[in-house]
Design a protein around this ligand. Structure first.
Ligand code: NAD
Length: 477
């Protein structure tokens, strides 16, 4: 068994009896194995992070910025290996794996830039309305943070947490997903290459038991979690039990609203990207299409043709538009939704089934005129499954879009920019795109309203998630 866990600057094997098998989803075959970390190894990782905290948090922010730049450079050096691993383990088409690498690099570079400015922002005086006092502001690291991440964008979701946490002076224990446990190991190898002080970054791999050992541990000061609502709720409970802060990036059931003045071909491109990128395994997938009555038939016909033209296949065998789903569990779950659609009598425009051997592929699927109480309309499926509904007016479109327990993102497609802006402002979500693919910039925030989570990542908000604000007030008298 390989030494898969990075604790206190050393690579160690897992002590658990739990074996993690790593699969190539295009073949449905295993290609690596590792043993999970035990709760006692999680203890050790947290103790190492605690020991490293005073020196790291008191280092100058410009020193930390230099390490972050190093992370960006080292990811670049490992580009090809990381692209290959994401293609093999996630089933990502090459062009998508490339975007993930670029995103992780951009994230470390951006937070290096913010860290460089942190020393200047420290101890700034506050203008007080009452004479006789002075006050200044300090931004301090929250402390030892636990980071729990999912499998769909492993390099990226980790970077979004790791880079700002390290920038502020936090030390971290990260728990990758058991489905993609090898990808984040790159961050441990990079820490070695850069000579990052031991204990600043720790990686413990494992399943739910390892994650729970981290999120329930009394020795962390904050937990940042990205994953499902079911687990997010447990993580929130453990944070509540310890009365400590938590950031949650959870699921979505996002809408794309298409108005009748749009360019239909352009709309098709954005709709397909919004539901088929990463085989629909995106928290931000725009899985509910709301289309204005007068263009609905024409748009759905074009979508059917576009879905049926998508090239599915093993990304390692050449350029494809869509790979498999990343895990067998996910494939089985989607198969269950196809069965529910049949039971509910939904109108299937194209797809509607899984593909048999080899691998865990599903057909890109469209259901038309899906009732708002259908489970396929309300629940996150996490697959290339698009549900559509027609609307007659802007007010109806908005009401349908906002009628969800989630509120992660939305897309508005319209040639009328005044209307598009008005609709964007009225959508109860964390991020809206107008006439665009889901372009994510490190300078803008990521996070949702309602059941999609608590807090924001990226931008300066992602940095403040790991900072504690302190004021020091002095009486001059
Ligand atoms: P998941 O909740 O099953 O697992 C996420 C992580 O939590 C994994 O590392 C897992 O091992 C760990 N875990 C499992 N049980 C745990 C427990 N009891 N205590 C602590 N940790 C535990 O989610 P997933 O299937 O890996 O990811 C898919 C979900 O993630 C989807 O719902 C998706 O919408 C969401 N997601 C959200 C965002 C966002 O930014 N909002 C981004 C990506 C994915």
């Amino acid at each position: 068994m390989t030494a898969a866990h990075y604790i206190g600057g050393r690579w160690v094997s897992g002590d658990s009896a739990d074996c993690i098998t790593v699969y190539d989803p295009s073949l449905g075959e295993p290609f690596a194995e590792l043993t999970a970390a035990t709760p006692s190894q999680v203890d050790q990782a947290i103790a190492a992070a605690r020991q490293a905290l005073p020196a790291w948090r008191n280092s100058s922010a410009s020193q930390r910025a230099a390490y972050l730049k190093g992370f960006a450079e080292q990811i670049e050096l490992r580009r090809e290996a990381l692209i290959a691993l994401q293609m093999q383990n996630n089933g990502k088409p090459r062009h998508e794996a490339v975007v993930d690498i670029d995103d992780a690099i951009a994230t470390f570079s951006y937070y290096a830039g913010l860290a460089e400015r942190l020393d200047d922002l420290q101890d700034r005086e506050v203008l007080l309305s009452v004479p006789g006092f002075t006050a200044h502001t300090r931004f301090e690291a929250v402390g030892v943070v636990g980071l729990i991440v999912p499998w769909n964008f492993p390099l990226v979701t980790s970077a979004w947490k790791l880079a700002p946490a390290l920038a502020t002076g936090c030390t971290v224990v990260i728990k990758p997903s058991e489905i993609t446990p090898l990808i984040e190991q790159a961050y441990g190898h990079i820490a070695d290459a850069l000579g990052l002080p031991a204990g600043v970054l720790n990686i413990v791999g494992g399943k739910a038991e390892t994650g729970a050992a981290l999120s329930n541990h009394p020795g962390i000061d904050k937990l940042s979690f990205t994953g499902s609502n079911a687990v997010g709720s447990q993580v929130m409970s453990s944070s509540a039990a310890h009365c400590r802060p938590v950031t949650l990036e959870l699921g979505g059931k996002s809408a794309i609203l298409v108005f009748d003045d749009c360019d239909l071909d352009q709309a098709v491109e954005w709709i397909v990207a919004g539901i088929c990128w990463n085989a629909g395994q995106m928290c931000s997938a725009t899985s509910r299409l709301l289309v204005q009555d007068s263009i609905a038939d024409a748009l759905i016909l074009r979508l059917k043709s576009a879905f049926e033209k998508l090239r599915l296949g093993n990304p390692l065998n050449g350029e494809v538009d869509m790979g498999p789903l990343t895990s067998q569990a996910q494939w089985s779950k989607v198969n269950t939704y196809f069965a529910i659609a049949r039971t509910e009598g939904l109108q299937c425009v194209t797809g509607g089934d899984v593909l048999q051997d080899p691998g865990w592929f599903v057909q890109p699927t469209i259901y038309a005129d899906v009732p708002p109480d259908s489970r396929l309309w309300t629940e996150e499926i996490f697959a290339p499954v698009l549900c559509t509904r027609r609307f007659a007016s802007e007010a109806e479109a908005l009401a349908l879009a906002n009628d969800s327990r989630f509120g992660l993102v939305a897309t508005v497609v319209s040639a009328d920019l005044v209307r598009a802006k008005r609709v964007a402002d009225a959508l109860d979500v964390g991020h809206v795109w107008i006439n665009s693919v889901q372009a994510v910039f490190v300078e803008t925030s990521w996070g949702g309203t309602k059941g999609s989570g608590i807090g924001r990542e990226l931008g300066p908000w992602g940095l403040s998630a790991y900072q504690s604000v302190k004021h020091v007030t002095r009486c001059l008298g």
